[in-house]
Ligand binder design. Structure first.
Ligand SMILES: O=P(O)(O)O[C@H]1[C@H](O)[C@@H](O)[C@@H](O)[C@@H](O)[C@@H]1O
Ligand SMILES: [Mg+2]
Ligand SMILES: [Mg+2]
Length: 291
């Protein structure tokens, strides 16, 4: 396991360089392109930062594989093999980035034999670097992180995202989930606008649970390990085992809270990330006829 420490440290160094590019662009006017919906945005900075991260890592580790959000959007196959693979979201929270809402993160996970060995989530504007290596704990700027351990759902502050979907079924499902959780009652609902940071807040104990349907592997692969290494649990919204390709997740302070949330939360249908390797993330929103 210690063998991947060098890789993680290199990943952190690359994330620090990428943060500088993102902060420079954060202040400027951005040209916005649409992906799967009018709320699923991408900018030239997303694309440039991903290319920069991948090129730096490929130069040092030429045999490693990559799954990058914007590479997949450009048509690259989304396949996770047993090879050492970097799973990258160059800007998680692009809508925030475009609006200068100060929560944008770089998310970098590293998997071998399809098991995440380390995760890095860098909340750029906050300058908060979350990191975790399998079996070695979770850290925020080098300080150990611990989930809240809360087991009573009525004492939970829950984080979620509405995501990019704007069709009736997804929106009705998402708002019904929020309504049903509030009726339990839970303490409150929050949404930061970046799945990776949302989940890391569970690792800090500042939130007690996070759930989401519709996000992609690159949004949560790194933060799922951060939560687990902070003593939290990560499962599927159906209560089963977490599967980073399933596009459904619950991260929580305890198994009791996670399972209780799974009883309430309904998922709307969305294709697995690896269902159609050349299509994931590739739905193009057609502004002409609105879908
Ligand atoms: O900003 P992104 O990398 O596109 O990730 C977003 C995602 O697009 C959106 O649907 C929500 O799930 C957000 O929580 C993600 O961070
Ligand atoms: Mg993302
Ligand atoms: Mg992104």
């Amino acid at each position: 396991m210690a063998q991947w420490t060098e890789c993680m440290n290199f990943g952190i160094a690359v994330a620090r360089q990428a943060r500088e590019v993102i902060l420079d662009a954060f202040k400027t006017q951005k040209a916005v392109m649409l992906k799967s919906s009018p709320a699923d945005l991408v900018t030239e900075t997303d694309q440039r930062v991903e290319k920069m991260i991948i090129s730096a890592i490929r130069q040092k580790y030429p045999t490693h594989k990559f799954i990058g959000e914007e590479s997949v959007a450009a048509g690259e196959r989304l396949v996770l093999t047993d090879s050492p693979t970097w799973i990258i979201d160059p800007i998680d929270g692009t809508v925030n980035f475009v609006h200068r809402f100060p929560f944008v993160a770089i998310s970098i996970a590293f998997a071998v034999n399809q098991q995440t060995e380390f995760g890095i989530v860098y909340s750029c504007v906050e300058d908060k670097l979350y990191s975790a290596q399998r079996g070695k704990g979770a850290f925020l700027n080098g300080v150990p992180l611990y989930a809240s351990g809360q087991e009573d759902i009525t004492k939970c502050l829950v984080v979620t995202e509405i995501g990019a979907e704007r069709d009736d079924l997804a929106l009705t499902t998402m708002t019904t989930n929020i309504l049903n959780l509030l009726k339990i009652p839970i303490r409150g609902i929050r949404a930061v606008g970046t799945a990776a940071v949302d989940m890391c807040l569970v690792a800090t104990g500042g939130a007690d649970a996070y759930y989401h349907i519709g996000m992609h592997c690159w949004d949560i692969a790194a933060s799922a390990l951060v939560v687990r290494e902070a003593g939290g649990v990560v499962i599927d919204t159906n209560g089963g085992e977490f599967d980073m390709m399933s596009r459904k997740v619950i991260a929580a302070s305890s198994l009791a809270v996670a399972k209780r949330m799974a009883q309430v939360i309904q998922a709307f249908p969305c294709a697995r990330d690896d269902e159609n390797p050349t299509k994931a993330g590739n739905d193009v929103y057609n502004t002409a006829n609105g879908h």
